[in-house]
Design a binder for this molecule. Sequence first.
Ligand code: P1T
Length: 387
Amino acid sequence: MEISKKTGFGTRAIHGGLEPDSATGAIMTPIYQTSTYVQEEVGKHKGFEYSRTQNPTRSALEKNLAALEKGEYGIAFASGLAAIDAVIKMLDPGDEVISTNDLYGGTYRIFRTVFEKYGITFHFVPMAQLEEIEARVNENTKLIWVETPTNPMLNVVDIQGVATMIEEKDILLAVDNTFASPYLQNPLELGADIVMHSVTKFIGGHSDVVMGALVVSDEALANELYRIQNSSGAVPGPMDCFLVLRGIKTLHVRMERHCKNAAQIAEWLKGQPIVDKIVYPGFKDHPNHEVASRQMLDFGGMVSFSLKRNRLEDAHSLVSKTQIFSLAESLGGVESLIGHPATMTHAAIPKEEREKSGVVDSLIRLSVGIEDVEDLIQDLDQAFKSI
Ligand code: P1T
């Protein structure tokens, strides 16, 4: 059967870009644990020369990732940040980037502390209001970096709206699609040029691999990114590529349960007297609910909330009292995680700046896993009662 962009997501996840192993017929892509490939004579080889440049397990994963995002080219990296690093390395000194103001702390850190000193300027704006982006665009703007939903405030940016705004301009639009996963949202279809993932999260899904990826449809852009991938060398190993290929086979099934459980937990939080603000794009009163309903298949597995007494000690106490929700950085795995952005994932962002985007001292982030939701609610309930 020919797999096309119109083929259903589950079928693309399991079969997209994949073929039985040509040497043995093995149905699962083998782990080609090799650094190099024997050449018959100089330049006469089977398409593989050296594993930084190409590796068959990685190539299979890259094709599969492209199929998931309805793009043409997948480019895998050793981490999500290595994928972001590759995108920014396409720019020149003097270029300007407009980025979401509320975004993963590590992305903020690489922009500010690694790339600013090479003469690239970053502007951080609240992108849920498109006018904020438009006001920053000038002749030096070369890239718009969107994260949606944002980490951890779950703001939703209108990807198609941004794409339309810069249609006539020579500006690349990149979307960090980590929080949605390709099951819920496909930015390339909405007009983005580059989609980026921390594969570590929902795509890998089992908290056993750190990896990143880019997917694009334009051949010249793909070649530029492959050049950077090979030149900088931040590539994932074949064992990790195998694990991610295995994880992807259940991505659609996992995402359905993540979304269902998160919706129920968000609803349950409404009845908790100590809870102040609940951030969940599935709520009708979420400021970007309408955009989320339009561009996402469902509202994702993440829920954030703050406490009425906005005290760091209460938040720290709560996150250490849960027993099924594990206190840890990261998200998107089958097991539920609880985190405190201000002192964990977003500690790299100065207090004043993070508070402007809502990352207050009592903010708590849940990555809702695929356990039985009754047990997850009971776990939160006992933790709430204990503080
Ligand atoms: O951790 P790494 O695979 O390098 O990916 C970085 C990254 C990029 N983009 C988003 C939206 C992310 O959430 C992350 C990583 N985030 C966490 C580790 C976290 O706990 O939020």
